[in-house]
Design a protein around this ligand. Structure first.
Ligand SMILES: [Zn+2]
Length: 210
C-alpha cells in the first residue's frame, strides 16, 4: 500500500448493514457449501448398478419394490406397517430439511451435466429440478399427514453397467408407522404416476439371480 492510498471511510450504519447481510447469507451459504461438498463426494463414490431403463429403476430398487408389493398384498388396508429409513449408501445424500431439497436436486442435476460433459442449459436444469421436486413432495405430502413420518429427502448418483454416463435419481426415506392404505397412497401420490410398482404390474420382470 502506497503512502498516498486513501483509506475509504465507511459509516457505522454501512458496517452494520454489511455485517447483517453477511451473516444472513452465511447461514444459507454454509449449508449450500456443505451440500456441494457432499454432492462432490457422492459423485466420486457413485457405485455401478444394474439399471433397467424401461423401469427407470435399478435392480436393487425393483427387488425392494417387488418385496414390498408382496408384503402389502398379504395385509389388510387398515393393518399397520413400520417403515425404517435404510442406511445411507455410497453415492447417496439424504437431508432432513425440506427447504434445501430444491437446492440439492439442482446441484445434482448440474453435476450430472458436468460429469457427462454436456453443456449446461440453465432453463432445462430449472425445469428438471421443478419436476423432480414436485414429484417427491407429492409423496412427502402423504408422509407428513398426521401422524407424520420422519422424511429424508435424497438423491443418489450411480453409473449403469451398460452406459458410462453418470445418472441421478431422487428418492425419499421414511421412518414411522402407518396403515397399509396410507403406504399405498404415499407410493402412488404423484400424479405423473412413475410408481415402480405400477410399472411392474404391467410387465413381466425378469431378474437374474446370478
Ligand atoms: Zn415417486
Amino acid at each position: 500500500m502506497g503512502e498516498n492510498d486513501e483509506i475509504p471511510h465507511i459509516s457505522e450504519d454501512e458496517v452494520i448493514e454489511k455485517a447483517e447481510g453477511t451473516s444472513q447469507k452465511t447461514d444459507r451459504e454454509k449449508v449450500l457449501e456443505e451440500l456441494k461438498a457432499k454432492v462432490n463426494k457422492a459423485v466420486e463414490e457413485a457405485p455401478v448398478e444394474i439399471y433397467y431403463r424401461e423401469y427407470g429403476a435399478t435392480r436393487e430398487e425393483l427387488i425392494t419394490a417387488l418385496e414390498e408389493q408382496e408384503q402389502m398384498k398379504r395385509l389388510a388396508p387398515d393393518a399397520m406397517v413400520t417403515l425404517e429409513a435404510p442406511p445411507i449408501r455410497p453415492g447417496e445424500i439424504v437431508i432432513q430439511n425440506q427447504a434445501y431439497y430444491r437446492d440439492l436436486v439442482k446441484m445434482g442435476r448440474r453435476k450430472v451435466y458436468e460429469a457427462n460433459s454436456v453443456s449446461i442449459d440453465e432453463e432445462l436444469i430449472e425445469q428438471e429440478t421443478d419436476h423432480i421436486v414436485n414429484h417427491e413432495l407429492a409423496h412427502a405430502d402423504v408422509a407428513l399427514e398426521d401422524p407424520p413420518l420422519n422424511v429424508g429427502y435424497g438423491i443418489r448418483f450411480f453409473r449403469a453397467v451398460e452406459y458410462p454416463e453418470l445418472l441421478m435419481q431422487s428418492f425419499l426415506t421414511y421412518d414411522g408407522t402407518l396403515t397399509v392404505e396410507r403406504r399405498q397412497r404415499m407410493s402412488g401420490a404423484p400424479s405423473d404416476g412413475h410408481s415402480i410398482s405400477d410399472k411392474i404390474k404391467s410387465k413381466t420382470l425378469q431378474t437374474d439371480n446370478s
